[in-house]
Design a protein around this ligand. Structure first.
Ligand code: XIL
Length: 365
């Protein structure tokens, strides 16, 4: 058969396109392994914080993420300073990349976050204006971001870390540098409720969370968080759940973790273990070695958390467990606290650690 030259070129082009598509597919979608994975084992969604650069930069990162997880949280790409570096100038490129990647791989997207006292751009820190002007910048930021991602993300951390560690009051003016919240200072105590309302008006289908750390300590911090979210719920403010960050270390009290999960479950709201990692070097020992004893202790803690979450939070309220990244090389802890640490499930070569197998056991046994 004689194929006209033009058709022949098209045919060759088509074959090349198909081969290229096949090659790309192979690289970004590693063949599923027969081994159980976190997502195939968990009775709820398993999430990880992810960075757009990390996804772009490593096939191992992509492969592990797609294989193990079915939910992602944006690590820093949707925070205030990243999204609105200048007033009214919005940068959604990195957030869009994460959302597109997650959508392509059928993962839920949990967005983090609208309102936090950290990760603020200078224009907000230095903003001069009356309470109306503050309300306007606050509302515009939430509405713009929520509208941009409407229908594309399942849920949001609306307000992050609003409550003080020492006395359980709302962060207000700085006590220690970096500790205060300009939001409370300029907008009054009910800014939290209004943040939820603005987010809900812009994206009525998104589930909205209050997110904080230190709930496993119990005491005033947990009391205040429970009081806050209960009062929001009772007032009809559109809150769907609470994120328990769980940046813990191997010495964290099991009783404290159980008690916090029980009290959060009793609010009737969804409970998300939202930023889990388990530090093995809380005392900043510069000479620390990640011994097999430390690995075993860390694995047992991961296991305990999964078992306790399953046992204490009713299935309908289980929003899932999210680790804050998954590979030790990508953890925020060494850079943030200037120390060696190995808080996550995979080592820096993406090899499964004892911690991974501990968590896997806790998800099913
Ligand atoms: C961390 C990010 O992972 C880092 O990249 C950044 O430098 C600091 O913030 N609690 C939170 C997260 O709610 O937003 C923080 O993320 C970790 C602590």
């Amino acid at each position: 058969m004689i194929i006209p030259l033009r058709n022949c070129c098209c045919f060759v082009l088509l074959i090349n396109v198909l081969l290229f598509a096949g090659a790309c597919k192979k690289k970004s979608n590693p063949a599923p392994t027969a081994d159980p994975t976190l997502q195939s084992t968990a009775p709820f969604l398993m999430g990880s914080a992810v960075g757009s650069d990390a996804i772009k930069g490593s096939y191992n990162y992509q492969g592990t993420l797609i294989n193990e997880y079915n939910s992602v949280t944006s690590d820093y790409q949707l925070k205030f300073d990243w999204v609105e570096p200048q007033q009214g100038v919005f940068n959604y490129a990195d957030g869009d990349y994460i959302v597109a990647f997650a959508t392509q791989h059928h993962m839920r997207v949990h967005a983090h976050n609208f309102i936090w006292h950290q990760a603020l751009p200078n224009w907000v820190i230095n903003f001069q204006g009356d309470s109306l002007a503050w309300e306007n910048l606050f509302k515009t930021h939430i509405e713009s971001e929520a509208t941009h991602y409407k229908g594309q993300v399942a849920s949001w951390d609306v307000v992050n870390e609003a409550i003080r560690d020492d006395d359980g009051t709302l962060r207000n003016k700085d006590v220690n540098p970096g500790d205060g919240s300009i939001w409370r200072q300029h907008l009054g105590a009910d800014y939290i409720a209004r943040a939820f309302q603005y987010a809900h008006e812009a994206d009525p289908n998104a589930l909205l969370f209050y997110n904080d750390y230190g709930q496993e300590w119990g005491g005033v911090k947990l009391d205040s968080i429970i009081a806050l979210v209960t009062s929001l719920k009772n007032r009809g403010i559109p809150i769907s759940g609470v994120g328990m960050q769980m940046h813990i270390d191997i010495n964290a009290s099991n009783a404290g973790i159980t008690a916090a999960l029980k009290r959060l479950a009793a609010t009737g709201l969804k409970v998300h273990i939202s930023e889990l990692d388990i530090s093995v070097n809380p005392n900043n020992d510069p000479n620390i070695v990640f011994t097999s004893d430390l690995q075993t202790t860390q694995a047992a803690k991961y296991r305990f958390i999964a078992e306790t979450y399953r046992a204490t939070v009713p299935a309908a309220q289980q929003y899932g467990i999210t680790t804050w990244e998954f590979c030790d090389a990508d953890s925020w802890i060494p850079a943030f606290f200037h120390r060696k640490d190995w808080p996550l499930l995979f080592d820096s070569d993406y090899k499964k650690k004892a911690a991974y197998f501990g968590l896997l056991k806790g998800l099913k046994d």
